[in-house]
Design a protein around this ligand. Sequence first.
Ligand code: C5P
Length: 408
Amino acid sequence: MTRVLLIIGGGIAAYKSLELIRRLRERGASVRTVLTRAAEKFVTPLSAGALSNDRVFTDLFDLDDEREIGHIRLARDTDLIVVAPATADLLSKMATGQASDLATAVLLATDKPVLAAPAMNPRMWDHPATRRNVQQLQSDGIHLIGPMTGEMAERGEGGVGRMAEATEIADAVFGLLAGVVPSAKGPLSGRHVLVTSGPTHEPIDPVRYIANRSSGKQGHAIAAAAAALGARVTLVSGPVTIADPKGVDVVKVETAAQMLTAVETALPADIAVFAAAVADWRVTSAADQKIKKAKGTVAPVLSLAENPDILGAIAARGSRRPALVIGFAAETENVVAHAQKKRKEKGADWIVANDVSPGTGTFGGDRTTVHLVTGEDTASWPPQSKEAVGRQLMEQAAAWLASEQVDV
Ligand code: C5P
């Protein structure tokens, strides 16, 4: 019989863990439960005990427990440990290896797979401290399911932070025991996200080209963030020197024309983010051979033709238009007003307006200051890393898709 040790943390989602006990037992598992002190404020040992038909453990210093079973045995006499809800506090204690109560001592003592189902307020989930803890836990081999997007128990609060449903967690438990890593389950699971990134190179001849200073850092960070939230991601990238993000399909292109073809080929997508700095012009007829410099000849004059507007073309599509089309605008003045205008002109749903005025260090830098223009609303985000912008943007996009109930 599959044995599951369920650690219930102290969060409002704890009631769903009682249902989880049911779902696991229905599928033939035996469930033993540990409640943290805070969890007892939300559910009682009595109800957990009745549903699991087993003892419920709460206290590290309960001598009887220590004599009869002990936290080490509790940690090992199981096939898998589930932490649900994994609160911000529990995740932090797990990430730093604390063992100050029974739940954390068991988690430190175990040699079995651990599956955590985070649940917390979206702001707590977004906090850099929680980001660090989650990263640490993932590199320690802890498996995560969720959190998901949607309405929180607190009225009016939406975003990423809702605990996965009991059936989803039960599926992940049995999947994990069968060797399927559940990390792909997130708020963008089942979604396809298409991202353009980097500059384009427009050839003059086989050895020379017109380019720009785009590093691709922002677009690549968005692609990585979408993948981390469980999406299937296609990243269409111009020539960059940074590494491909993990878990992302990368299509490498050089010119704007190739980028447009790659984007069209990658459709359909639920979300399309156009972060590439596409060259506005290409050389009308690039030379087949290297243009020679010879004494006495005059310098060649380049004739330029306008490149296709990739964002504009995709946003204007009648069929297979992504549900959410996001463009970027680099501005040096009247940033928000220009972005609002660009949103309308290009037919984009959202515009991320980048303040690239001198001194912001946005171009090629690691940090950026953006305003998110969504219809009539504009949110000004504080200066932060391009990774943080990518994460926040994709979390907000996931929440939008969930609220619009755009079906997977
Ligand atoms: O018109 P502008 O270049 O300022 O618009 C910027 C936005 O449009 C960015 O999202 C960029 O990726 C996209 N764009 C595009 N194809 C072009 C020019 C810009 O997709 N040819």
